[in-house]
Design a protein around this ligand. Structure first.
Ligand code: V0D
Length: 236
């Protein structure tokens, strides 16, 4: 039995991996796409319900024009290579973030994948694209204010506020993994990680493997076994 329902990952270290291997940064991103596929298939086999991956942050627009344009092509690379396999594995694709600022071709590819996989009942593969945690909270506050003005609501609780977030239909984030040394959240799921466990691994994202995911989950289960019932928790 696996109590881990929602795994979130900050996929960092593609640039560092490329440098280490004397390759252009884009080669690191390209390799990273394959790792997303490997981890998705493995997480699905483990019975994890939801995998949220940070593919593109609201800050990533500051990278060079060439790199941004390369990154915007990766959803197409990903689905051309793996959509058949995702269907066979019953994986459902979802997205969080502001899609409207993305190139229209990228939006079309994403909407296609969401539509194609919408009736799948296995793992939810949730891409955070043009996502920022503060941006999400501000949007939620504005949407709530609109509903308040319209007389649709007159109180605000944690449970009611949750429905204004991108993640409203997803389970609580149980575990957040960040690869490649950095021990920061970098504006990823800010509201959702209130009770999450964190694992920071030195492995660079292109080198991250299903075996290492197994070790992370073992560590997570170990923490739960030792502190479960005694620690503060909201989700269970
Ligand atoms: C580069 C490592 C998959 C992190 C993984 C838009 C950075 C590879 C996608 C993807 C990126 C996103 C949406 C979707 C299907 C696939 C992706 C970006 C970057 C930037 F519907 N990998 N990936 N998107 N990288």
């Amino acid at each position: 039995m696996n109590e881990l329902q929602h795994l979130a990952i900050i996929m960092d270290g593609n640039g560092r991996w490329a440098k280490k291997n004397n390759l252009p940064r884009t080669a690191g991103h390209y390799k990273g796409v394959e790792v997303v596929r490997n981890i998705t298939i493995h997480a699905n086999q483990l019975g994890i319900k939801c995998l949220t991956v940070y593919a593109f942050s609201t800050e990533n627009w500051k990278r060079s024009e060439d790199e941004v344009s390369y990154l915007m092509g990766l959803p197409k690379v990903f689905f051309n290579s793996y959509i058949k396999e995702l269907m066979e594995n019953n994986v459902k694709v979802m997205m969080i973030g502001d899609k409207t600022k993305l190139p229209s071709e990228t939006q079309r590819i994403m909407n296609d994948a969401i539509e194609t996989t919408k009736n799948n009942t296995g793992l939810i593969l949730n891409f955070a694209v043009n996502y920022g945690g503060r941006d999400e909270i501000i949007r939620a506050a504005k949407a709530y204010a609109e509903d308040y003005k319209a007389g649709k609501t007159d109180e605000l609780t944690e449970d009611l506020f949750k429905d204004y977030l991108y993640t409203k239909d997803l389970p609580e984030v149980d575990l957040l993994i960040r690869t490649s040394y950095e021990q920061r959240i970098s504006n990823f799921l800010l509201y959702q990680i209130a009770y999450s466990e964190f694992i920071f691994t030195e492995t660079l994202w292109p080198d991250f493997s299903p075996e290492e995911l197994d070790r992370c989950i073992e560590e997570y289960n170990h923490r739960k076994r030792n502190f479960g019932g005694r620690n503060e928790t909201k989700s269970n």
